[in-house]
Design a protein. Sequence first.
Length: 87
Amino acid sequence: VINCYGEMFATPVNWWEQWMAFHFDDALELASGDTKRPAELWGPISRAKYPALTEEEETISKPLSALCEAAFDAILVHMMNSAGGGS
């Protein structure tokens, strides 16, 4: 796992607080010069691209993307803390 995040995750609760702040509170400067919060970069899954989607599935696609990213990140943090002894 490679990233440029400089903070430690002392507990799962601490990781979750940092994850939420990073995605919903902190603004990032993009290469374009724009400033956005990471959550603003999640796009919906479009029914135009995936016609089998229902309207409801398209509507909830952004929150589901957030949930999937959170679960994936939590798994990575758990694996690295387990393998590295939490250091």
